[in-house]
Ligand binder design. Sequence first.
Ligand SMILES: [Fe+2]
Length: 193
Amino acid sequence: MKAIDPTTIIRAYYPADSAVYNLLVRHGEAVAAKALAVADHLGDPAVDRNFLHEAAMLHDIGIFLTDTPSLGCHGDHPYICHGTLGRELLENHGLERHALVCERHVGVGLSVDDIRNQRLPLPLRDMQPRTTEEEIICYADKFYSKKGHGEQTARPIDAIVAMLRRYGESPALRFQAWARRFENGRHSQGQAE
Ligand SMILES: [Fe+2]
């Protein structure tokens, strides 16, 4: 697969060195670093490291189209739509595989039932990560907030699980299963058992 330069694509939509540009890039770099650390840990040669880096940098590219003033985003759409908006945007660049990462990284992934039961303003289709790369980026993203000034300090696993539990037991369990698979005892704190 041809390598792309995520920053060039980001600059087409975000004024370079604006607060939201810096936030997006810093967040993308933190998620990419975590995703690559998971890939190192897995040691599976089938995991596409270049793709992990590119897609981690681009997974939140849809946020500028949302109405989220706290992040410096003044679009028309609810924040929850940033995944599908990012998908559309990257598909217009011919990046179908990266586009699916955008759509499938929200929460721990959204099922049709999740979208229906929570009455989310999203199309009724399965938005759960399927490939290992999609799962790793969705997992890595949960460690980093975009709130505040984009300080990218990893949240402890326990705090992520507690946050996900607000949406029910099943997202929390899904994340814990990833934590077991992707960390395998590396973290003494908050080991998800
Ligand atoms: Fe993110």
